[in-house]
Design a protein around this ligand. Structure first.
Ligand code: OVM
Length: 402
């Protein structure tokens, strides 16, 4: 990237961060973005960008200056009609954001998840045992995608039929936060069908009598949210709860398949499973980017973001910023990754992170028990998405433990 200075003295990059070249491997662009300065202008989309940990973190916790209510994608809801009714959580600011958030925080909190723990640990063990009938398999498809689809839709309480729509819906949703490029075009053909199915699953009479979905409707009965809000809160679960965990799990499996010493460490100390997952979320950042919108003229690193303009926060770049992290490109179970911004930070920080960690722990503990070595067994293939850092295929070879 050659960065030039605009008249206002702001470093500018002409690189398209949503191009296939950058999506295939964003690390080079991320380094150039960080080195260009604390605030950079992206001329391709005429938006502002931040790649350093300090500024990304500061923006994430300053919801008054950096709003979400105008959308967290490139599209500015002040001027453009959103492609679906905005999320009451992701695409809202206080005070409207707060009641749905409080309801969901409780439903997805550590206390509520204790009921699921035993069942998910046992289910992960069964899945791993079955997959290990072969010593070579696709870890992205057979573990990372398979496990969330076994446990999460049941936990929400949606019917069996149509579950194959969950991943394609999420894939399109996360593409739609980016520019209207070929990835979005490809998804547009099925958007009505997929949205229709997802929205239909949010109705009270479609959901099981117990589960996260039923819990959300019960919150409406109590008056904690309205009956109009309930289906949209269920929609958030179905939107944000599948692809994210699938690609987070793929990230940690890829990390271990390429770091045999770290795998042996996890086998000796399976209590590191949660740290390993957070380190993988830091290292790969399954959710790479989100936008905010300036609510006023905001100073960032001595330069100004004008009122109403979009700012792209590179969570993945911040999570590998050498100004914040020692040896940031290393996947290392010895570090404390807990300050990463892969789940965001502040008011909007991932409300499902305890679910994600429980899924990861269940899968990793089962694997650590049953697998002595895991290595790549062929060419890996990325899945390109405007927001997600994702895997299409991770062929692995394992030696089962005796
Ligand atoms: C939502 C939603 C959708 C996508 C992502 C997300 C990462 C939330 O509909 O609330 O958070």
């Amino acid at each position: 990237m050659t960065t030039t200075l605009t008249p206002s003295d702001l470093p500018t990059s002409a690189v398209d961060p949503f191009s296939h070249e950058v999506l295939e491997d964003p690390t080079g662009f991320q380094a150039e973005l960080r080195d260009a300065g604390p605030l950079v202008h992206l001329s391709r989309y005429d938006v502002f960008a931040m790649g350093r940990y300090e500024q990304v973190h500061a923006a994430l916790i300053d919801w008054q200056s950096f709003q979400s209510g105008a959308g967290v994608g490139l599209s500015n809801f002040r001027f453009e009609k959103p492609w679906r009714p905005p999320s009451l959580l992701l695409e809202a600011d206080p005070p409207r954001h707060d009641a749905p958030r409080a309801v969901l925080s409780k439903i997805l909190g550590p206390l509520a998840l204790r009921k699921l723990r035993e069942h998910w640990m046992a289910d992960a063990d069964r899945l791993v045992a079955r997959v290990l009938a072969e010593t070579e398999f696709d870890a992205a498809r057979d573990l990372a995608a398979a496990f969330p689809l076994r446990v999460f839709p049941d936990a929400v309480g949606i019917p069996q039929e149509g579950r194959e729509n969950l991943l394609p819906y999420g894939d399109h949703l996360f593409n739609a936060f980016g520019p209207p490029n070929d990835l979005v075009e490809q998804g547009n053909g099925r958007v009505a069908e997929l949205s229709g199915w997802v929205n239909a699953q949010c109705a009270r009479d479609v959901l099981a009598p117990t589960g996260f979905g039923a819990d959300i409707w019960a919150a409406a009965d109590r008056g904690d949210i309205t009956f109009e809000q309930a289906p949209l809160v269920v929609r958030s679960l179905l939107s944000a709860g599948v692809d994210t965990t699938v690609h987070g799990l793929a990230a940690v499996l890829y990390a271990f398949a390429t770091h045999p010493d770290q795998w042996q460490r996890l086998r000796r100390e399976p209590t590191l499973a949660r740290v390993a997952f957070d380190e993988a979320v830091r290292w790969e950042s399954p959710v790479q980017t989100f936008f905010r919108t300036a609510t006023t003229d905001i100073e960032v690193g001595g330069k100004t973001v004008p009122d109403g303009r979009k700012i792209l926060m590179f969570l993945g770049a911040a999570n590998r910023d050498p100004r914040r992290w020692e040896n940031p490109d290393a996947f290392d179970l010895s570090r404390d990754p807990s300050a990463h911004v892969g789940f965001g930070m502040g008011l909007h920080q991932c409300v499902g992170q305890h679910i994600a960690r429980l899924e990861a722990e269940a899968l990793l503990v089962a694997l650590a028990r049953r697998v002595e070595t895991i290595e790549l067994a062929g060419a890996t293939r990325r899945h390109h998405n405007n927001t997600l850092r994702a895997w299409e295929s991770l062929p692995v070879r394992v030696r089962p433990a005796r």
